[in-house]
Write a protein that binds this ligand. Structure first.
Ligand code: ARG
Length: 464
């Protein structure tokens, strides 16, 4: 294989070779090399368009395509070697230089009417569309896992928390379906981001458009873009679609980080709500007894870099004058880093969830161990026409009374109940059982097991 040369396509007006340090600082090849497939695909479509619009001959276009296909094969066969010691400024120059190396002067026609400014935007959009589709597909798998778990545990009782204090009992199924909702919104957000990435920007030139009669709709159709961009200045400077995607990844991982935090807590000696399969936990090199939840910890930890990447792109964009500026080259490492990390997170979250054992006895015991049904005492009186504020006060006094005497609601005699309010009847004990508390939340979106099943039905109908 011949080494690609590294001629600078802008060297004409320069009287000196560029400094070695400038080359090192300026180059993006070390990271944008992963766009070689997209760059070649978009260039092939561009060459076809140039011939279709009679800007170059059919023969020239065929030669360019032959050369580009050869480069693709070369890279596929020996990726490491192809890029090793390649001194080109970026993936676009590396491929164009190699093309000229292989097919000679005809290769110099490929860039007719094109700038690296619209080229890089087109490549990255083409690449990102595929990434978003993969993320959506992984999200859909995760969503079905939450639904499956929701169905399996639709009537399993756990303590529900607010402020991490026992609040009201809920079902484990209802908890899983809460995550199904968050993930569904994430899917919607990525689908919307996909719409906005799905725009062909090639044909915008450096910033003002092109003076060649390029049929941009023909090009868009060939590359599978839904729309073509409306304004060439915007087209080469717009990175909203990257910022949006970085935001969607942050919010998605904020959701997963919340879940991860729960798994870490639930796995503690104090909670003991879950057991993690040995295949999905790690040990300590010093303390033999340790079994650590590294997976959820790393998921929680990676939120930092996702937020960092979003902050970086917004900071990068904020002061940029129109149109292209080299600052924009910094977009790639951010989006590569975030998409790579979120994809593995989605995969591992799904597997991790399927390898947890839920300690349902312990969950029930925990739910029964507190004053978690206090709201239902207030509701009991309220349903007998006591104003809620008064009923709340009465229930609060009963809680204080029990705490002081180290007793539970169940230990109270009927006469004790009636010292707090005369409207308490024998049925109060039944009404404040946690099963009854759960049963009574029979409202659309509530934790009553039948409502959870309805929610599962609705979820199954959606998105399919
Ligand atoms: N490597 C560059 C980037 O990623 C490609 C575009 C260069 N354009 C230019 N006018 N220097 O943004």
């Amino acid at each position: 294989m011949n080494k690609p040369n590294d001629k600078k396509f802008w060297s004409g007006r320069f009287s000196k070779d560029s400094a070695e340090l400038l080359d090192r600082f300026n180059s993006s090849l070390s990271f944008d090399k992963r766009l070689y497939k997209e760059d070649i695909t978009c260039s092939i479509a561009y060459a076809k368009t140039l011939a279709h619009c009679k800007i170059i001959s059919r023969h020239e276009s065929d030669e360019i395509i032959r050369g580009l296909n050869k480069i693709f094969e070369e890279i596929e066969i020996e990726k490491e070697k192809w890029f090793c010691e390649n001194k080109n400024e970026d993936i676009h120059s590396a491929i164009e230089n190699r093309l000229i190396n292989i097919i000679g002067d005809i290769g110099k026609k490929l860039h007719t009417g094109r700038s690296r400014n619209d080229q890089v935007s087109c490549d990255i959009r083409y690449w990102l569309k595929e990434e978003i589709k993969q993320i959506i597909s992984l999200l859909k798998t995760l969503r079905s896992t939450f639904i499956t778990l929701g169905r399996e545990y639709f009537k399993t009782i756990i303590p529900g928390y607010t402020h991490l204090q026992h609040a009201q009992p809920v079902t484990l199924g209802h908890y899983f379906m809460a995550y199904e909702q968050k993930i569904s919104r994430d899917i919607q957000r990525f689908a919307e981001a996909l719409e906005r990435a799905d725009v062909l920007t090639l044909g915008s030139g450096a910033l003002s458009g092109t003076s060649y009669p390029i049929d941009r709709n023909f090009l868009a159709k060939m590359l599978g873009f839904k729309k073509i961009s409306e304004n060439s200045i915007d087209a080469v400077s717009d990175r909203d679609f990257i910022a949006e995607c970085l935001f969607n990844i942050v919010l998605l991982n904020v959701h997963l980080s919340q879940w991860a935090e729960e798994m870490i807590l639930w796995n503690t000696e104090e909670f003991k709500f879950i057991f993690i399969s040995d295949a999905y936990a790690t040990g300590s090199s010093m303390m033999p007894q340790k079994k650590n939840p590294d997976i959820p910890e790393l998921i929680r930890g990676k939120t930092g870099r996702f937020i960092g990447n979003l902050t970086a792109i917004l900071t990068l964009l904020k002061g940029l004058p129109q149109a292209y500026n080299k600052d924009l080259q910094e977009d790639k490492e951010l989006i590569f880093n975030s998409t790579d990390n979120i994809k593995i997170i989605l995969e591992i979250t799904n597997e991790f969830l399927q390898n947890i054992t839920f300690n349902t006895d312990r969950m029930l015991e925990a739910a029964n161990s507190s004053f978690i049904s206090a709201t239902d005492i207030a509701d009991y009186l309220t349903k007998k026409d006591v104003p809620f504020r008064i009923a709340h006060e009465v229930a609060g006094k009963i809680v204080a009374y029990c705490i002081e005497r180290q007793r539970t609601f169940k230990d109270l005699s009927m006469s004790e109940w009636n010292t707090f309010h005369k409207l308490f009847g024998d049925d109060i004990i039944e009404k404040i059982k946690i099963e009854s508390c759960i049963e009574s939340k029979n409202v659309y979106g509530g934790t009553n097991p039948q409502q959870v099943l309805h929610a599962i039905d609705r979820a199954n109908k959606k998105h399919e």
